[in-house]
Ligand binder design. Structure first.
Ligand code: GDP
Ligand code: MG
Length: 765
């Protein structure tokens, strides 16, 4: 198949164009460095199908970071049939710097002048015909966002691909012209492909190039001895860069006519930045923004109106009696209001659970119950499979709302700024601000977040970041958080939004401390400088956002009906059979295979608060945490599956608890409370799940990204160790506050030992 590659600066709109051309839904972000690996798709509107490859964004073809190598190698080695160089027209000169380098490669190319909608909005004009003449390649104006000009772009690319193009350089006006030509001829003699490109890189003394063509380096060195530039001396790399910019200024810049040429106009972005990235207020504002996100998603008392005005509950109004809401209208109302207005996230979640999940699956369960199937089959279907799947599905709206709000922050360009504000702080812990993006991505899913660490140039920084990414609680861990904070609230402590927000902050704090620890012990090293161009603020695009959400929802549902479904069946079987493989009723699960295994390892978890000190169902927590290693959603499905059984036992013992089992979540709460677990232990349980070994998929990704075997096993050990310590600290301090001083003393001693050791190591050197 014919292959066209998209190459351009970070944040120039490559992925948007890629999605527009191929109809795919790859992640677009207003943040340089979102695409770190190449992606492929097919454009079908021409006579033949054309494969489109979205390359990571690059500023130049002299790569420093791994993702830049990906882009360079693709263009050079895989020889695409045409390179579509996408250029951000609002930033023409800087973007053309890369263009001048691609021009040196013997590959057909066209230029896509993107963001024309913004250029026109500013009232600026670009003469693309002039540019075309100067560059010698087709130039097409497009707006990837509005999908304008895409077909013309593809047509011109299609016409270009049929003709060969030999590289040309803009360095012909510099004093290096002769040298470049000589080197080129020498390379050509050795049958090197793209001789001009390699000649220029050799003259620049590009490391990769020098090692590849060692025999020609002497020629360049010899030239250096006889040729000294008045400004740059023998720094040919600088000389080449200067040559490119001079040429761009002289020959290409006249193509653009700016409306407000002279007077400096303060853009909206600049104004917003004065507040949002303020030296002192920047971080408090960010924390406030984060809190608002959690409040919008989880608060059961939106804006605290209920408490402030002391609003009456539906029961006070006589709309709810002992059988529940008096009619369907009230039922709907109860999803929105009950003594307080629910937050938007809660409203959507209530509607989804009461109206959709509750009614549909409830009806299905009744159907199965009356179907005359045997006792155990009904149990497996209703209690094992449906309860388990519903347990996970019931969290879908919350996951999506949270994800959407984070996407808006990212798309708007705000998150990129936070990286800058945090850079100074991060440095104190041994990371650069660049590590912030993968960490924030971790809130969605650890897998892409770990892949994104490829943008980190320093390998030790990368290892440290990968290790703490799971601490940034992902979507799959959200159900654990909300179900358990629900149980905590039901116990009369705190608000759901504050607890959830607090747990996220806890994860972040643990990450910071762990990084500090690693960077001063096993992963010592310099923190590389952080240079990134700030994207302009942009209004997030609705379609983009929806595509994003749809992808996430699809992925989640697929997972629910595959790996999670399979796990629920296994868990149900293991809790309904004993070692002799005879079937146990719901009320006998305490004798099951899983219960016995759980009880065996229970003592290990005693310091964490959910070990031997718990009642007869205490093993449920351990089993849940272990099956969570397959997929974190399993923690809650396990709870949901087991809740019915536990409640069956309780109602045998106490009687009358049946009504509570109706709603899946409430059943989980009842079960959690039946174990007599304390609030500190519940928090410790959340923290343990958040910081321990992540799911299979994340572990596999970590393995692939950490290519040395030792660092990978070290990472697994780190997760086990960190989660054990963190959960123990939380449980003991939460239960006996004075143990805080013991822990502080221990940490202080460890800190002093590390300091002293580092000092003596420094002396030795
Ligand atoms: P990439 O890093 O080059 O892949 O760039 P993306 O495709 O992720 O886009 C970066 C940002 O530019 C996103 O916020 C896009 O919505 C925005 N963007 C892309 N194309 C256009 C365009 O034609 N016009 C405008 N106004 N914005 C665009
Ligand atoms: Mg991209």
């Amino acid at each position: 198949m014919i292959r066209f590659a998209l190459a351009g600066n970070p944040n120039s709109g490559k992925t948007t164009l890629f999605n527009g051309l191929t109809g795919s839904t790859a992640h677009v972000g207003n943040w340089p460095g979102v695409t770190v690996d190449k992606k492929e798709g097919v454009y079908k509107k021409l006579n033949e199908p054309i494969q489109i490859i979205d390359l990571p964004g690059i500023y130049s073809l002299s790569p420093y970071t791994p993702e830049e190598v990906v882009a360079r190698n693709y263009i050079l080695d895989e020889q695409p049939d045409c390179v579509i160089n996408i250029v951000d027209a609002t930033n023409l000169e800087r973007n053309l710097y890369l263009t001048t380098q691609i021009m040196e490669i013997d590959v057909p190319m066209v230029i896509a002048l993107n963001m024309m909608d913004e250029v026109e909005k500013e009232g600026d004009v670009i003469y693309e015909k002039y540019l075309e003449l100067e560059l010698g390649v087709p130039v097409v104006k497009i707006s990837a966002l509005k999908e304008q000009g895409l077909d013309e772009l593809m047509e011109r690319a299609y016409n270009s691909y049929k003709k060969d193009r030999s590289g040309v350089t803009v360095l012909k006006e510099t004093s290096l012209n002769h040298l470049i030509n000589d080197v080129k001829i020498a390379l050509k003699g050795q049958k090197v492909l793209n001789p001009l490109f390699h000649a220029v890189k050799l003259v620049e003394s590009d490391e990769l190039e020098v090692s590849m063509h060692n025999n020609i380096v002497a020629m360049v060195e010899e030239f250096k001895n006889t040729h000294q530039d008045s400004t740059f001396g023998t720094d040919f790399e600088a000389l080449v860069a200067d040559g490119r910019y001079k040429y761009i200024c002289k020959h290409f810049s006249p193509a653009i006519k700016k409306k407000n040429k002279d007077k400096f106009k303060e853009t909206k972005s600049n104004k917003a930045d004065k507040i949002l990235t303020h030296k002192i207020w920047g971080i408090p504002i960010f924390i406030l923004v984060l809190f608002s996100i959690f409040h919008l998603t989880f608060a059961e008392d939106f804006l605290y109106l209920g408490s402030i005005f002391n609003l009456p509950s539906l029961e006070d109004l006589g709309l709810v009696n002992e059988h529940g809401p008096i009619n369907f209208g009230v039922k709907l109302l109860s999803c929105i209001y009950d003594g307080a207005i629910f937050s938007p996230g809660c409203i959507i979640n209530n509607l989804w659970n009461e109206v959709i999940i509750g009614e549909i699956f409830g009806a299905l369960q009744t159907l199965i119950e009356n179907s005359g199937l045997s006792y155990w089959a009904v149990g497996l279907l209703n209690n094992g499979i449906i309860d388990g799947i519903c347990g996970v599905l019931s969290f879908l709206p919350w996951i999506l709302v949270l994800f959407m709000l984070f996407s808006i922050l990212e798309d708007s360009g705000y998150m990129a700024r936070i990286a800058f504000i945090l850079d100074k702080l991060f440095r104190k812990f041994g990371l650069s601000g660049r590590a912030f993006l993968p960490m924030i991505m971790g809130f969605g899913c650890s897998v892409p977040a770990m892949i994104n660490t490829r943008t980190l140039a320093d390998s030790k920084e990368k290892i440290a970041t990968i290790r703490v990414i799971p601490f940034f609680s992902c979507g799959a861990k959200l159900p654990i958080l909300t179900a358990i904070s629900g149980a905590i609230v039901a116990g009369g402590v705190g608000n759901a939004d504050i607890i959830t927000f607090g747990m996220y902050l806890l994860g972040i704090t643990c990450a910071i401390i762990s990084v500090l620890f690693m960077r001063s012990t096993t992963l010592k090293g310099e923190t590389p400088p952080f240079i990134m161009e700030l994207p302009t603020y942009r209004l997030p695009r609705f379609k983009n956002l929806m595509l994003h959400l749809w992808d996430k929802a699809k992925h989640f549902i697929e997972k629910a009906f595959t790996i999670i479904l399979a796990s629920t069946i296994v868990i149900w079987v293991l809790t309904h059979f004993n070692f002799g493989w005879s079937f146990l009723g719901d009320d006998k699960i305490n004798n099951s295979i899983l219960a016995n295994i759980g009880k065996l390892v229970q003592p290990i978890f005693t310091p964490l608060g959910f070990g031997s000190q718990l009642g007869e169902f205490g093993w449920v927590f351990i089993v849940a945490a272990v099956v969570g290693l397959i997929a974190k959603e399993n923690v809650i499905t396990t709870f949901s599956t087991l809740a019915t059984c536990v409640i069956a036992i309780l109602s045998l013992e106490i009687g009358g608890l049946d009504y509570m089992a109706e709603d899946g979540i409430d059943a989980v709460r009842v079960m959690i409370m039946a174990t007599n677990i304390s609030v500190p232990a519940l928090i410790s349980f959340i923290a343990f799940n958040m910081t321990t070994i992540p799911c299979f998929a994340a572990v596999a990704t970590a393995r692939a990204e950490l290519n040395e075997k030792n660092t990978f096993s070290g990472t697994l050990l780190f997760w086990i160790f960190a989660s054990y310590v963190i959960a123990s600290v939380i449980y003991t301090v939460g239960t006996w506050w004075w143990t805080l001083f013991i822990w502080l003393a221990v940490f202080a001693i460890v800190g002093v030992i590390i300091k002293l050791r580092n000092k003596s190591l420094k002396k030795e050197n």
